[in-house]
Design a protein around this ligand. Structure first.
Ligand SMILES: *[C@@H]1O[C@H](CO)[C@@H](O)[C@H](O)[C@H]1NC(C)=O
Ligand SMILES: *[C@@H]1O[C@H](CO)[C@@H](O)[C@H](O)[C@H]1NC(C)=O
Ligand SMILES: *[C@@H]1O[C@H](CO)[C@@H](O)[C@H](O)[C@H]1NC(C)=O
Ligand SMILES: *[C@@H]1O[C@H](CO)[C@@H](O)[C@H](O)[C@H]1NC(C)=O
Ligand SMILES: *[C@@H]1O[C@H](CO)[C@@H](O)[C@H](O)[C@H]1NC(C)=O
Ligand SMILES: *[C@@H]1O[C@H](CO)[C@@H](O)[C@H](O)[C@H]1NC(C)=O
Ligand SMILES: *[C@@H]1O[C@H](CO)[C@@H](O)[C@H](O)[C@H]1NC(C)=O
Length: 727
């Protein structure tokens, strides 16, 4: 017997020597990730509470969570710092190490961080609350945007636009301080200036220099769309515009998504009208709209949002929708309005893109990236879903365009929708970041100067003007008030067209089906790994895309460019106001109809599976809106469960949670296995508290078990292949 023990000890020593330093670090970072998930989860819960019933109390609770989250990140950073980066061999692990070390704004001085969080919280609360000012008493942001997209009286548009932005204007003095924090955070993260810092957070080095160059290539295309819009708007409203459009005319407060006015800016208003009408007729309200989008993700990525998403999301809140990541097990929820507008249709698809992106990557634990970085890759998958949603193939599949309509007209309409959605946004993102970088660099702290430079940038990049009202409309943007970079969205949008070209093997618009032959395994692997790793490297590895380029975007829009070039200058603008009121009537009817079944219990019993799928929506919103005349849209709040209507398109039923199409091709490695190889506890940093006990205990037990198996079974300790997780 003693000889056996000698053998065990000998084998133990062999195991220790054979183990790699990386495995200890890997296990250690894994534990850090679990702690991150817990802290992130409770922060997300506070945020979810806040956005669904915004109030000062909920805001304070959320702020506290954000502050303790930042404190937590700092603690973890200090612990991780005791591991030497030079000892890590694996590149992915080095990447995770860096993300845990350069934690972004959380590195700010605690007082500065609190000021930043408070400012972004207060502005968010104001944006989410009903406004109490003059003619807009009792209106929400969504109501205001509805007027901006519908009211044909441009004086009304101008008034509500101005009134809304004036409400936020007093906070502009605080904003100049907030902007200086971007510079401070850059220094803390070891970046030389704001651009380098934001490039770091986006995982795209030299990003802004490259963007300046790429922007030059998009200018012409954007100018063409802009000129087309100016021509039409000039005719429709009979006002003089030479080179720029007043921002209030663009259908929303920010003027960055021109979809709300797509019925104006199109050569085929009838087609846009029928799309709008069909979205209502097909009753793609709230949950049904997301079911449509999930049918798309089932086709492209064999993945649909998991059950919890459907149960816990709120489908009749405010728009623009908010997607919250709960950080654990890829749980995400959306809080959105129910109206099936084209904008919502697109954003539902984009949100589902993000949801499945996160679900696919759950095994690689992307939490450090989720917490400390802004992923260009996630944005690109999301935008890809938006592009596909507007393709004639998908619009036909979902019966949103009439089968009878002309293919060429469908093509132009589809391209126009994508153009109006992506181009104004991309130039807005560029203009916002360039403006902020310039303001920080030139130390512009005076509010007047900030505002006037803001409009100069918007004019230069976007071709918008303030119509003489120099208002700080940037306060209406949460990326700006929370110092978040737009760079990931800029590159994400361009990359989306490259992904489109990769998947479809061309940049041609799809008429027949959005699915090519069989599912693309490389694409899935790219998503799975790219979320937790340096995504630029991963897209290079799997898709051989080694640079973000606007080429795919430009060739995608080529048919539209040609079409606009060929339009003669006296293109006739067709006013279709009569149809707009028809649409209003239809909307009211559908809302009435959707409310009817609620009073009769028969439908509820007929479809019992719908009864408990949604928690009763708090009626906070309608209570303080007694005095407005939009009660027709509020009534639907009573019948939230009806928002999931039956539609005849194929909607995949709930699949097993976390169904992973990759499981067949990758070897799944459960977490505990990564602990099996840690032996060298002495070399490990002295780690505090129960974490240490946990790790050491697991290591010891695992080692002993391995060795026993090895000795009595195969007579030796076998090392698990090093890169088994990164097949
Ligand atoms: C990290 O190492 C430093 C000194 O090298 C030590 O003071 C500190 O306590 C260590 N931190 C932790 C969390 O182990
Ligand atoms: C704005 O600044 C003032 C004075 O510095 C401060 O009292 C106030 O709390 C700040 N408001 C916000 C929303 O940050
Ligand atoms: C402009 O707004 C006022 C008040 O909201 C409303 O009474 C009027 O009908 C609107 N004008 C038009 C042309 O819609
Ligand atoms: C635009 O038109 C106005 C008059 O409507 C004129 O004063 C102004 O100079 C023009 N701007 C440009 C850039 O042409
Ligand atoms: C920026 O300007 C403010 C006053 O406008 C000044 O107090 C501050 O020192 C300046 N900062 C830098 C870095 O020049
Ligand atoms: C549109 O879909 C229908 C079936 O839903 C199909 O018969 C038709 O061919 C499709 N149209 C095009 C242009 O693919
Ligand atoms: C909605 O519910 C409220 C109270 O629960 C009720 O007063 C109102 O009449 C309902 N509206 C409709 C259209 O059912």
């Amino acid at each position: 017997m003693p000889s056996k023990w000698v053998c065990i000890i000998l084998n133990l020593i062999v195991c220790v020597i054979a183990s790699e330093e990386d495995e200890a670090t890997r296990a250690y970072i894994k534990i850090t990730e679990f702690d991150y998930e817990d802290t992130c989860l409770s922060t997300a819960e506070a945020q979810w509470e806040f956005i669904n019933s915004p109030s000062n109390e909920k805001l304070s609770a959320w702020e506290e969570k954000l502050i303790s989250y930042a404190a937590f990140k700092n603690t973890e950073k200090n612990i991780i710092a005791n591991i030497s980066r030079a000892d890590i061999n694996d590149e992915s692990l080095q990447y995770k190490y860096d993300v845990a070390e350069k934690i972004g704004d959380a590195l700010l001085d605690i007082e500065d961080f609190k000021t930043l969080v408070h400012f972004s919280g207060i502005t968010e609360l104001m944006r989410l609350s009903t406004i109490h000012k003059g003619i807009l008493n009792g209106y929400t942001k969504q109501d205001v945007e509805r007027i901006l997209s519908r009211d044909s009286n441009i004086r009304n548009r101008s008034t509500v636009w101005t009134t809304w932005h004036q409400q936020l204007a007093p906070l502009v003095n605080n904003f100049s301080t907030i902007l200086t924090f971007a510079d401070k955070a850059a220094k803390e993260n070891g970046a030389k200036d704001v651009s380098e810092y934001w490039e770091l957070l986006s995982g795209y080095s030299d990003g802004y220099d490259k963007i300046r160059y790429k922007w030059n290539r998009i200018i012409d295309l954007h100018k063409k769309i802009l000129k087309f819009a100016i021509t039409i708007m000039t005719k429709k409203y009979n006002i003089n515009m030479n080179d720029t459009i007043p921002a209030y005319l663009l259908g929303s407060l920010q003027g960055t998504d021109w979809i709300p006015i797509s019925i104006d800016i199109t050569p085929y208003p009838d087609l846009i009208y029928s799309i709008k009408k069909n979205l209502w007729k097909r009753k793609l309200l709230g949950k049904s709209l997301y079911k449509t989008a999930s049918a798309m993700s089932a086709q492209i990525l064999s993945q649909v949002p998991q059950a919890e998403f459907w149960e816990k999301s709120h489908f009749n809140q405010q728009c623009p929708s908010k997607l919250i990541n709960f950080c654990k097990n890829a749980v995400l929820r959306v809080s959105t309005c129910f109206e099936p507008t084209i904008s919502n249709y697109l954003s539902a698809h984009k949100n589902v893109g993000k949801i499945v992106f996160n679900q696919l990557s759950v095994e690689d634990t992307p939490i450090l990236n989720t917490a400390n970085r802004y992923s260009g890759l996630e944005e690109s998958v999301s935008e890809l879903f938006g592009i596909l949603a507007a393709s004639p193939a998908w619009l036909n599949y979902t019966h949103i365009i009439d089968d009878s309509s002309d293919n060429d007209q469908n093509l132009i309409t589809s391209l126009m929708i994508t153009a109006l959605n992506t181009l104004p946004q991309i130039v807005y993102y560029i203009s916002v970041d360039m403006w902020r970088i310039n303001a920080v660099k030139k130390n512009i702290t005076n509010s007047e100067d900030l505002i006037s430079s803001w409009w100069e940038y918007r004019e230069e990049y976007e071709g918008l003007d303030s119509n003489g009202m120099n208002l700080p409309t940037f306060l209406n943007d949460d990326y700006i008030t929370s110092n978040k970079p737009y760079l990931p969205k800029i590159i994400g949008t361009m990359l989306a067209f490259q992904l489109y070209e990769y998947l479809m093997e061309s940049t041609e618009v799809r008429y027949d089906s959005i699915v090519r032959k069989h599912m693309n395994i490389d694409f899935l692997k790219m998503i799975q790994q790219g979320s937790a790793d340096d995504w630029m490297k991963v897209i290079d590895k799997y898709l051989e895309i080694d640079e973000i380029s606007p080429d795919s975007l430009l060739s995608f829009f080529l048919p539209l460019e040609d079409f606009i070039d060929e339009l003669d200058d006296d293109f006739q603008f067709k006013a279709i106001t009569a149809k707009e009121s028809e649409l209003d009537k239809l909307e009211k009817e559908i809302i009435m109809e959707m409310n009817v079944p609620l009073t009769t219990t028969s439908t509820t019993t007929a479809t019992p599976k719908h009864v408990n799928t949604k928690p009763k929506v708090p009626d906070a919103k309608s209570s303080n809106k007694q005095n407005d005349k939009r009660s027709d849209t509020n009534t639907v709040a009573n019948s939230s469960k009806n928002l999931e209507s039956k539609s005849s398109i194929y909607t995949p039923e709930k699949k097993p949670e976390n169904h992973n199409p990759l499981q067949s091709v990758t070897t799944e490695v459960p977490f505990d296995k990564s602990l099996l190889d840690i032996q060298d506890t002495d070399k490990k940093p002295k780690i505090s508290s129960n974490k240490a006990v946990w790790a050491v205990g697991a290591v010891l037990i695992a080692t002993i078990i391995i060795c026993i198996i090895a000795i009595f079974g195969r007579q030796r300790c076998r090392k698990v292949p090093k890169n088994r997780r990164y097949v």
